[in-house]
Ligand binder design. Sequence first.
Ligand code: PLP
Length: 406
Amino acid sequence: MSVAPKTPSRFVPKDPKALHPETRLVHAGTTRSPFGETSEALYLTQGFVYDNAEACEARFKGEDPGFVYSRYSNPTTAMFEERMALLEGAEAARATASGMAAVNAALLCQLSAGDHVLAARALFGSCRWILEDFLPRFGVETTLVDGTDLDAWRAGVKPNTKVLFLESPTNPTLDIIDIAAVAEIAHKAGARLVVDNVFATPLLQHPLELGADIVVYSTTKHVDGQGRCLGGVILSSQQFATEHLQTFLRQTGPSISPFNAWVMLKGLETLALRVERMQASAGKIADALAGEAKIAKVIYPGRDDHPQAALARRQMSGGGTLVTFVVDGGKDGAFRFANALRLIRISNNLGDAKSLITHPATTTHQRFTPEARAEMGISDGLLRLSVGLEHPDDLIDDLKAAIAAL
Ligand SMILES: *Cc1c(COP(=O)(O)O)cnc(C)c1O
């Protein structure tokens, strides 16, 4: 069989920003093999071979820019990374095996004993664990503040503060943190701001444009979007990637499987469609729940009654795909409600095509004391709904039947 052309062809937009995000999601980063396949190829290989020893030496010296070993990089993973970088408008992207591997690497690669991390208290459970339990064992101090209180951020900065860390909207109470203001506080202190942008998705919020230095995602969520693979990605400047991230990832090995990177790459093609649909449904659901007598509170960043509605409108281009609400009757009420649902399934995941409901107090935030949960606004009647791709009317019917069971 003859194969022409001889070299792989890459889709490199001259000005990526001239293309809409939907277009970048389909094309950016595609590198075609000499076979000219339509869909991105899956290079399920650990290593690479060389024509001769000299070529191998040149590859290792970095004189020839090819691949060496899939712990360092892989053609499928590189396509996923390039698509994410071009979507986010970042100079560099590095994929990891999970969202937590991304968070951990983004922090550890730049921290040393004696450094201080200042973070918002409302964080994904495992992120809190890294900050409160893990980093202190290695001599890194952590302070947690109310992320919505800018004075608390300012007061929390110390001479040895190296990193500020936050997620917005927060999990599960969907508080909005002013990313631009916190970035300014970080930079005044000579520190970097790391933003976990999972809840907002790369489409609805652009932390780098707001001043963040590093953005992390669990691509397990909306990017896969169909509940299959774990993955993560770290986006930053080329300088940060070269000086800090590159070596850390290479030598410690939290690499994503090329198979999972391929699933993520294909997930990106439909991300905009899915997020748009999920967000539209989330808005309808939030409005429907807000009119119900047995629902004590609805939290949705796209509603005018959200405590930070103006800030949400300023830094996000929509309310997102999650709705949080409090049902009457505490834990009993929340359990009765969740158990009465038929379409919406009980799970701790989010960003899936299937709508999923979570009771944070007994799952993701179970290990916290009731006092700590109260401080985070997580009451026993609070439920987090990740809105999926079902028809919104069917979801509203399911929720209304569950309300009737309260
Ligand atoms: C899920 C999630 C993570 C962790 O991601 P994994 O892929 O499960 O490791 C981190 N932060 C946020 C906000 C998440 O939702």
